[in-house]
Design a protein around this ligand. Structure first.
Ligand code: CAO
Length: 551
């Protein structure tokens, strides 16, 4: 075992900020694996480990400003290498501010083309002419992939604006315009392989644009061999230039490091559609993970008949006042996904009615003492569950689910009913089995037990599966009606609101009755209005006279 200290390599500038730690103490890292991300005002770069092993010490924290040679981490390697700092001279970092270079120096002066003194001079060439822009020094002789062309013919660009994005397996870098002008020709396409010196595009210099049409400017510069001043982007192995976005909306116009870009390319993720949660909106790998998760949880295009539902735009609310952002619990996110899936797939219809539970309530109140002796709480819920079981038996269509992409229906020969429980962590739906075969006392016990388990997060997965129908009661909270969302693949759900005393006309006079507002939502692919009407009317009758429950 040997310990090796990893230090900041040449970062092409005085200092840069550590904006992200990519590893933690105890992590195993491979050689060339990124340890931290550093960012100057011109570029961001992943600093790779120069040794494979285990991180035993992290010597930096986010937010620190570091210069070349500063210690980053200590890696315990498996070999017997000497315990010495390992600043990699060969791992030259990205030139933060690409400098014009004579790397691709002119070989021969050419008419209408750049003169030797122009080739050697920085930035804007003098005089109006068309200049070629070539792949700069990219720190390797190997070909690299051109992943994005950020401009099109006719675009006016400023000096330093991104022209193309190149990517090797170690780094991605934007090639900036060496001078201001107008793009007059493009010699490359996305996906092509290019080497240092290859012609990328031609640009009319600003002067040429201003004085156009000028004969000299009209003649495009030869595509090769490249004889133009080219910006140097010294990206040696391990270096990364992921410059904060240009105005482009493609992959290049996004603030992300090479590892993130690589991952995005592997999965075909359009970076412009991902919101970055890192410092200054930088895209992190987690952002890609979340993006993919979100996409996978969305119904496939076939499920939504290719609806192409546009996403709701994300708004920066902090522009309007103070905000606080919190992470949603897994349960919360799962519920949201299920709700959206159901809402998008199920054509919902909701019907409303009131059940007169005056007698039921009188009976229930009369049983309270006995309930107390039995150690249960007798709320309206067990009666509602029981009434639903009878209504389901009488209306078996409500006990089905769509199968074979809509070709068939599964008829369940059992009556298991889910009960929505509001918990601090989110909504849970434990399922009470064989409700039709249980007494009111048994149901009261199970309601109490399952609601308790739900609130204590003690429900087992099996206790939340197999439901045929769901009851969602807001009766203990209030309100006089709501439209519950069907808990697909079930086809019906009953919403229960708060019962209250209301005047009811009995044919001769208004009498005070206790009415329980009910709302029945159903999947109109399976249940028709007539079915819904029969179910709800039957349910109202059962709750209005609970003697019917034993018939
Ligand atoms: N009308 C009037 N009062 C009602 C009522 C109704 N419809 N339903 C319940 N109550 C009363 C109960 O009788 C009880 O009062 P007492 O203590 O005086 O008897 C009180 O409200 C509290 O009841 P409870 O909530 O303890 O018990 P419950 O059996 O009615 O409900 C449960 C159990 C788990 C369904 C409920 O606690 C719950 O979590 N409801 C929320 C479900 C939900 O969030 N649904 C929405 C899903 S969609 O977002």
């Amino acid at each position: 075992m040997a310990k090796q200290q990893i230090t900041v390599p040449d970062i092409g500038g005085a200092e840069a900020e550590v904006i992200e730690l990519l590893v933690a103490v105890g992590d195993e890292v491979g050689e060339e694996q990124g340890l931290v991300v550093m960012e100057s005002d011109k570029a961001s770069m992943e600093i790779p480990s120069t040794a494979a092993g285990v991180v035993v010490e992290l010597l930096v924290t986010e937010g620190q400003q570091l210069a070349e040679g500063a210690p980053l981490a200590v890696i315990e390697t498996a070999n017997e290498a000497a315990d010495e700092p390992a600043a990699r001279d060969d791992s030259a970092m990205v030139a933060a501010e690409p400098e014009p270079t004579t790397a691709a120096a002119p070989t021969e002066p050419e008419a209408d083309a750049i003169q030797p003194e122009q080739a050697a001079s920085p930035a804007t060439p003098t005089g109006g002419s068309v200049q070629g822009v070539a792949v700069p020094d990219i720190g390797t002789d190997d070909a690299v992939e051109l992943i994005e062309v950020c401009v099109k013919v006719g675009d006016t660009v400023g000096e330093g604006d991104s022209l193309v994005v190149l990517e090797s397996d170690k780094a991605s870098m934007e090639v900036p315009a060496p001078f201001a002008g107008e793009v007059s020709a493009i010699h490359v396409a996305e996906g092509s392989s290019v080497r240092q010196g290859d012609a990328l595009l031609d640009m009319k210099t600003a002067a040429a644009v201003a004085s156009a049409p000028a004969p000299a400017a009209a003649k495009p510069a030869p595509a090769e061999p490249e004889q133009r001043p080219a910006p140097a982007v010294a990206a040696a192995p391990g270096a990364t230039a992921a410059q904060p976005a240009s105005a482009d909306s493609g992959q290049a116009g996004v603030y992300a490091g090479p590892a993130v870009r690589k991952l995005a390319r592997e999965f075909g993720i359009p970076l412009a559609e991902v919101s970055g949660s890192g410092p200054r909106g930088r895209l992190l790998k987690e952002d890609l993970h979340q993006f993919v998760q979100r996409r996978l949880s969305q119904p496939a295009a076939s499920e939504t008949a290719g609806a192409g539902i546009p996403a709701i735009p994300e708004v920066d609310f902090s522009l309007f006042g103070e905000v606080e952002v919190t992470q949603r619990s897994k349960l919360d996110k799962l519920t949201a996904r299920n709700m959206q899936r159901s809402w998008l797939n199920v054509p919902h219809v909701t019907q409303y009615d009131d059940a007169d539970i005056t007698e039921l309530e009188a009976f229930r109140n009369g049983m309270k003492a006995e309930a107390e002796q039995r150690g249960v709480k007798l709320t309206p819920m067990p009666f509602i569950l029981k009434a639903c079981a009878v209504a389901l038996r009488d209306n078996p269509k409500f006990c089905t689910s769509v199968a074979d992409g809509g070709e068939s229906l599964v008829h369940k020969q059992y009556i298991h009913i889910g009960m929505a429980v509001d918990t601090p962590a989110g909504l849970l739906v434990p399922v009470i089995r064989d409700v039709d075969q249980k007494s009111i006392w048994q149901l009261a016990e199970e309601v109490l037990e399952l609601a308790g388990k739900a609130r204590d997060r003690k429900l087992k997965p099996g206790e939340m599966q197999g439901g045929c129908f769901t009851v969602s009661s807001l009766g203990n909270i209030g309100g006089n009606g709501f439209t519950p969302i069907v808990n697909a693949p079930e086809v019906g759900i009953l919403g229960v609101s708060r019962a209250g005393m209301k005047p009811v006309w009995d044919g001769q006079e208004f009498v005070a009755r206790k009415l329980l507002p009910l709302s029945l939502s159903y999947d109109h692919r399976v249940i028709n209005g007539g079915d819904g009407g029969r179910f709800l009317t039957g349910l109202v009758a059962l709750l209005g006279d609970i003697r019917r429950l034993i018939m």
